[in-house]
Design a protein around this ligand. Structure first.
Ligand code: CTP
Ligand SMILES: C[C@](O)(CO)[C@H](O)COP(=O)(O)O
Length: 213
């Protein structure tokens, strides 16, 4: 992102990116509670939460973030060990996906709630895919059956801890579950739930969020 402040604190419209995400989870009645994992050195979160006293009953801050997403998620799950049951469902979401809606959360839970494995929001790939090398096309990759993984990703606490503890470095929870030989359920997500990665993405996210407050 190349921003002066961590990207999750960039203003998107009137609110920081992370606040949009927290407000969405807090207003979803299907969500029992939200645990927010930040780095122990995070110098921005106190001001964000001070501006949102209405979130205090719905959000608990865990200053246990790690060097990677994988480690942050696992540290967060470990911190909850004594507060949740092994079969409680956990929805893991990126701070960098502020376009999530309550409706998408509800759709994920409705689809996955009775599944023995768990699942994730994802979108079927629509573009023709090229594998590149040195800025030249090396190969066109067959796109049939390919999905782009989004978040939330929803798995039971005990299974997810086991999977993340055993997995090599993974970039999402589903990969760790797959490494156990299980097949997470793919649930249709939305283009608005994209991951803010490049500077232009912040402008696009602002447009989307302004359209649907
Ligand atoms: N050490 C880390 C890195 C990332 N994340 C989470 O993983 C999400 C997706 O990662 P991404 O935003 O792509 O990673 P960053 O490394 O934070 O950002 P960038 O790729 O833009 O450098 C983040 O929004 C954040 O919620 C985390 O919990 N702990
Ligand atoms: C979890 C994720 O957003 C699914 O697409 C993605 O894998 C995060 O990866 P990153 O490497 O942390 O951007």
């Amino acid at each position: 992102m190349g921003s002066a402040i961590p990207k999750q604190y960039l203003m998107l419209g009137a609110l920081p990116m992370l606040r949009h995400v927290l407000d969405t989870f807090a207003s979803a009645s299907v969500i029992a509670h939200t645990y927010l994992v930040v780095s122990p050195e995070d110098g921005y979160i106190d001001a964000l939460l001070a501006d949102a006293p209405e979130l205090s009953d719905r959000v608990t801050l865990l200053r246990v973030g790690g060097a990677t997403r994988h480690q942050s998620v696992l540290n967060g799950l470990h911190a909850l060990q004594d507060h949740v049951a092994g079969d409680d469902w956990m929805l893991v979401h990126d701070a960098a996906r502020p376009g999530l809606t309550v409706a998408l959360i509800e759709q994920l839970i409705a689809a996955v709630g009775a599944d023995p494995v768990g699942g994730l929001l994802a979108l079927p790939v629509a573009d023709t895919l090229k594998r590149g090398r040195d800025d030249r096309v090396e190969q066109t990759v067959e796109r049939a059956g390919l999905w782009a993984a989004q978040t939330p990703q929803m798995f039971r606490h005990a299974l997810l801890v086991q999977a993340l503890e055993q997995a090599r470095q993974v970039t999402d929870e589903a990969s760790a579950i797959e490494a156990l030989g299980l097949q997470p359920l793919l649930v249709q997500g939305s283009t608005r739930n994209f991951k803010v990665t490049l500077p232009d993405d912040a402008d696009l996210a602002t447009l989307i969020l302004n359209r649907t407050p």
